[in-house]
Write a protein that binds this ligand. Structure first.
Ligand SMILES: NC(=O)c1ccc[n+]([C@@H]2O[C@H](COP(=O)([O-])OP(=O)(O)OC[C@H]3O[C@@H](n4cnc5c(N)ncnc54)[C@H](O)[C@@H]3O)[C@@H](O)[C@H]2O)c1
Length: 288
């Protein structure tokens, strides 16, 4: 299939940058969000990042301007996916909302379009049956922030056709991202399963009073050579994102160890979600 038109649903932390990757790759790209303000913020953030890329000679002024010409922002789902060859869904990590979105996408997108979810944990077999085209549904898991992180886990469920997985892999490669194909589904995929094991242990050590979160971050950076500690990373990716991921896993497994910790729940309830709100475990002066 000759992919020309990409749609991204959800303009939050992930969606706006996936859409930019797509536009930079030369695809006509629509980005849709139910929240007008999210689209406004997405545009502002992308302008800022692309200006920095130009200043650092990562792209030319012409490349930046052409990419923005290929990028359309809209709150209208039907308009966003009307000509899509592939749709990448990046809305909030809640299964019922994702299923609802996929149902709508199935009706609004052309019959040939691949429908992919960027979920951090939800395997696409939990979503595919909300559509009449399960063979065209798969996971395309980008990492935060997509404009920086060079990896995408493409996950093939039993329902996913070879052709669909191939299209998802090809789109990632055109977006200049290293794509890795997982032949079998598992909730959380590979990277996040390893990451959550680390974050859960860090949280248990903090809540157990063994060390302060700052010191746990320091040890992880200094002794394990991680570029960033587990609490710093939770702040960077959004504490609410991790919270919903765990809630989803808990709903799937019923295992109490998958339930978000008290600290995480308190932070989400207080609206202290990390860098994006100016405060998480740490305080931030610029809300980027
Ligand atoms: N943040 C991360 O580190 C990260 C990394 C990889 C994958 N993901 C996954 O990406 C997805 C999005 O995460 P995020 O961090 O960008 O979340 P976010 O909360 O920053 O953004 C979600 C966006 O979706 C919009 N939205 C909600 N319901 C919608 C609907 N029905 N239609 C259209 N838009 C809708 C919201 O207005 C919001 O702008 C989640 O599935 C998450 O698991 C997140």
């Amino acid at each position: 299939m000759n992919i020309q038109n990409v749609s991204v649903i959800g303009a939050g932390s992930m969606g706006h940058q996936i859409a930019m990757l797509s536009a930079l790759a030369g695809f006509d790209t629509n980005i849709q969000d139910v929240n007008e303000e999210a689209l406004k913020q997405a545009r502002l953030k992308l302008n800022k990042i692309m200006d920095k890329w130009v200043a650092k000679d990562k792209i030319s002024i012409e490349e930046r301007d052409l990419a923005f010409k290929r990028l359309y922002f809209t709150t209208n789902l039907n308009e966003a996916v009307r000509h899509a060859d592939i749709v990448i869904e990046a809305v909030i990590e809640k299964l019922d909302i994702k299923r609802e979105v996929f149902q709508k996408l199935d009706k609004a997108a052309p019959a040939h379009a691949v429908l992919a979810t960027n979920s951090s944990t939800i395997v696409s077999s939990l979503i595919a049956d909300a559509t009449e085209r399960p063979d065209k549904v798969c996971n395309m898991h980008f990492f935060f922030p997509p404009l920086v992180m060079d990896c995408v886990e493409v996950v093939k469920g039993e329902h996913t056709s070879e052709e669909t997985a191939g299209i998802a892999m090809e789109v990632c490669e055109k977006m200049n991202r290293t794509a890795v194909l997982l032949q079998k589904e598992i909730s959380g995929f590979i990277a996040n399963r390893i990451l959550f094991a680390i974050q859960n242990e860090a949280m248990a050590l903090y809540e157990g009073g063994y060390a302060d979160y700052k010191d746990i971050d320091k040890i992880t950076r200094k002794a394990l050579s991680h570029p960033i500690g587990p609490f710093e990373l939770m702040d960077l990716s959004g504490i609410d994102v991790g919270y919903y991921v765990m809630m989803q896993q808990y709903a799937e497994t019923g295992d109490p160890k998958d339930k978000p910790s008290k600290t995480m729940t308190d932070k989400v309830e207080a609206g202290e979600l990390g860098r994006k709100t100016g405060k998480g475990f740490y305080e931030y002066h610029s809300k980027v």
